[in-house]
Design a protein around this ligand. Sequence first.
Ligand SMILES: NC(=O)c1ccc[n+]([C@@H]2O[C@H](COP(=O)([O-])OP(=O)(O)OC[C@H]3O[C@@H](n4cnc5c(N)ncnc54)[C@H](OP(=O)(O)O)[C@@H]3O)[C@@H](O)[C@H]2O)c1
Length: 236
Amino acid sequence: MIDYSVLKGKVAFVSGASGAIGTAISESLASAGVNLVISGSSQDKLLKLKDMLSGDVDVIVGDMSQQSEILRIIDEILLLGKIDILINCAGIFLQNTISNLDISEYNKVMNVNLNAPYLLSAALSKNMVKNKWGRIVNIGSASSYAGFKNTAIYCTSKHGMLGMSLAMHDELKEFGVRVYCISPSSTKGKMGLDTKGQDYSTFLDPKEVAEYVLFAISQDGNAMSQEIFIKRMYYR
Ligand SMILES: NC(=O)c1ccc[n+]([C@@H]2O[C@H](COP(=O)([O-])OP(=O)(O)OC[C@H]3O[C@@H](n4cnc5c(N)ncnc54)[C@H](OP(=O)(O)O)[C@@H]3O)[C@@H](O)[C@H]2O)c1
């Protein structure tokens, strides 16, 4: 039985909360007694999720593909008060050849997948440092470790996320703030359905990813996994 008591009463901001993995993480956090600020670009989806969650839940709607919107979202979060746990889960999976590079698509993916996590971490870690306790989870991918054809922009963003996590952890650990890059292999859900050339029935369940996240952030002693690569037992 895992002891989640260190998380009880904490406040978490979850980006991409309306997606498959973000929903599973939000549900697990709420079950562990964490109050939530959930975010995504669709208000309808977030309000439906809010109805399913226990505890205090605030909703922030915004499009993270625009830098100005990321900064507005951060202002809104700061108005709500302190955040102890940041889950950077929003992501977009773009498939295109490098010869078809469209700079606006590149900027959109980098804003959602990498720039938003960076700016959110920079802004929200200040309070965590002050409180001498915090958790930042960046949801990476198998694409944080390998390169796959037609996904160069996505792989660029997810490799960046791994490097960012390692560097941030090294900087923030002395203040009691732990930074993780938790990288699932292909996972069931909307994005999983877009993944070509693999057997969907072998994909991870988002709840399995959420279990790893909760286990990692509930550790409060000397043991620390900065990076967790969640592979599948059966890969087809
Ligand atoms: N599924 C996989 O196979 C897989 C594998 C490895 C890693 N991952 C990573 O895991 C994370 C979650 O993936 P998922 O499977 O849960 O995907 P998903 O079901 O497609 O959910 C994506 C989430 O990101 C949000 N989002 C997308 N564009 C946004 C934007 N412009 N502004 C704000 N929010 C935006 C979506 O909100 P709205 O719907 O409201 O726009 C949604 O909540 C991503 O970072 C992904 O890269 C996924």
